[in-house]
Design a protein around this ligand. Structure first.
Ligand code: U5P
Length: 215
């Protein structure tokens, strides 16, 4: 993914027409559109190719299965036109390798969740976050997902993965994180959903966020 603005929109609306409208409004402010279960379960996998007309699409399916099933899932996602896919790492090395193997066939990106951004995300993730981040580095993932709600953790995880992997970071706005803090802590992109798509003027809000990122 090319880093022009540092902003990824999380498109967690449940209607295709609304998603397309917002995508067309914010396209020039975002480097990617993240879609997840809310939109895909509601409108089908074809949302990926539809939104890819506006910006590269990252599918946030937090893939977490046995290697064989992971491969089948990854194939569907990349075949549908996604440029990137978010997967879990706690399922182990073999599962992660399976996802990365399929992504390579499609020239796609794999981002591994290292620690989740919500309050409950710290308890079980923090004890294993370092190992997950190291594994992401070792097996050649594109990057990790780290919490904008805990910039100090982003800084710590950056020290583990070095500069070659990307950090994409959700939790700015509705979850309380601040764009400038998390970028200063080492994130390459912030992921923002509600603050943008629930805004009266999504484009203006996206532009303000881009200013806060300050690339
Ligand atoms: N997301 C998080 N935290 C994580 C991993 C993923 O918030 O640790 C996702 C959410 O599922 C949502 C987006 O799609 O990032 C954040 O949206 P919002 O809180 O800005 O509305």
């Amino acid at each position: 993914m090319e880093r022009n603005t540092g902003l990824i929109i999380a498109m967690d609306v449940t209607r295709m027409d609304r998603a397309v409208k917002i995508a067309s409004e914010v396209a020039e402010c975002v480097d990617a559109i993240k879609v997840g279960y809310p939109l895909v379960l509601s409108e089908g996998l074809s949302v990926i190719s539809r939104l890819a007309d506006y910006a590269p699409v990252i599918a946030d399916f937090k893939v977490a299965d046995i290697p064989y099933t992971d491969e089948l899932i990854c194939e569907q996602v990349f075949k549908a036109g996604a440029s990137g896919l978010i997967v879990h790492g706690f399922t182990g090395e073999d599962s992660l390798k399976a996802c990365i193997g399929v992504a390579r066939l499609y020239d796609g990106d794999i981002y591994v969740v290292s620690e989740m951004s919500h309050p409950g995300g710290a308890k079980y993730f923090q004890p294993i976050a370092d190992e997950i981040a190291s594994m992401a580095y070792e097996f050649g993932a594109t990057g990790i997902v780290a919490p904008a709600t805990r910039p100090e953790r982003v800084k710590h995880l950056r020290s583990i993965i070095g500069d070659s992997l990307s950090i994409i970071s959700p939790g700015v706005g509705a979850q309380g994180g601040k764009a400038s803090d998390v970028i200063a802590s080492g994130a390459n992109w912030i992921i923002v959903g509600r603050s943008i798509y629930n805004s009266e003027n999504p484009k203006e809000t996206a532009m303000e966020l881009v200013t806060g990122i300050g690339i």
